[in-house]
Design a binder for this molecule. Structure first.
Ligand SMILES: [Zn+2]
Length: 325
């Protein structure tokens, strides 16, 4: 173990082993260590607040070469998901207060707000979002890091964090803050990539002497078992835990060869070459009729979407709905 590593950000043990090396958004060359005690894989040492601001600048949520058509498609899709989510919420509970962490421009939240009577608000670290959300979508969005926001104890009935926890360098303080702002019995809807599959291409590249470029900028890689232990330790009871997105899983394992996942392998580890824009030249497998059918299946609270229980960790994505104890 190298002296610069920090003890495990989940369990605090320092029995760490180097798992692989990655280049995160072409802005940070980092080691990923595995904790032998709990199994968490994470970027070590965790980046500072300044480095994180650099990693997730405005190009992260509004990439420069996204294009108007793809941006429009993406935002409409978020709105439709929000609408389905809002209808589901209304059936569960007629009224309540919801916070979305990492809400982006707020199209998902707008979909929720338009289809149920819940009070919704969002928070996102990216600069400039709140003006758009307030003036164009009439939403309340705070521009701040979640851990630094001034929410009251027990303020919300539901907190949704989709694809957020894997970007958080210290997950326990994040989860404990969520618990604090939820009322007793309130729920957290957590969507996180399955860390083992998320990191699989980078591990293969490392074994071949390469450093993989991770465009998604993930800092934590949690298997469902580890995520379950984390939420339990933070004071939540698991209501629902599932895995899905099996095509992405096959792709990460190198078993789906039609198009590679958004991961480019940079030159060998010693290289310093940087091609940030290339990170956003993602394949677009959802184009065309096939894509329409694929996303049609995701509608309606994803109720029609094939999923497996999380103890079978075969899907690329995992979803945990947990209740504050
Ligand atoms: Zn650990």
């Amino acid at each position: 173990m190298t002296q610069t590593y920090e003890p495990c950000v989940f369990c605090g043990h320092d029995d760490l082993v180097l798992d692989c090396q990655v280049s995160i958004r072409a802005a940070l060359d980092a080691d990923v260590t595995r904790c032998r005690h709990c199994g968490l894989l994470y970027v070590n040492p965790p980046p500072t607040s300044e480095k994180i601001a650099q990693l997730y600048d405005a190009t992260y949520w509004d990439p420069p070469n996204l294009g108007a058509r793809e941006a429009s498609r993406r935002y409409h899709r978020q709105y439709r998901f929000g609408a389905a989510y809002g209808r589901g919420l209304g059936r569960l509970l007629p009224e309540g207060r919801m916070l979305e962490i990492g809400c982006g421009l707020g199209f998902f939240l707008k979909g929720v707000a338009d289809h149920c009577d819940w009070d919704v608000e969002g928070i996102d670290v990216a600069d400039g979002l709140e003006v758009f959300a307030r003036e164009k979508l009439e939403l309340k969005i705070t521009q701040r890091r979640f851990e630094e926001a001034q929410f009251s104890d027990g303020q919300f009935d539901l907190v949704r964090a989709k694809d957020i926890l894997e970007h958080v360098p210290h997950p326990m303080s994040f989860l404990e803050t969520v618990r604090r702002i939820l009322r007793p019995g309130g729920r957290l809807d957590l969507w996180v990539p399955n860390g083992m599959l998320d990191l699989a291409p980078a591990r293969r590249a490392f074994k071949a002497g390469m450093r993989a470029r991770m465009g998604a900028g993930h800092l934590l890689f949690m298997a469902p078992r580890v995520l379950g232990a984390m939420v339990g330790k933070a004071g939540f009871r698991v209501i629902h835990a599932s895995v899905f997105s099996f095509r992405y899983a096959l792709r990460s394992l190198g078993l789906w060869t039609s198009q590679p996942r958004s991961l480019a392998v940079a030159a060998p580890a010693a290289s310093t070459s940087q091609q940030p824009l290339s990170e956003w030249q993602r394949p677009a497998p959802e184009q065309g009729l096939r894509g329409t059918m694929f996303y049609a299946r995701l509608r309606g609270w994803r109720s029609c979407h094939p999923a497996l229980p999380a103890w079978l960790p075969l899907g690329f994505e995992q979803r945990f709905v947990v209740e504050r104890t």
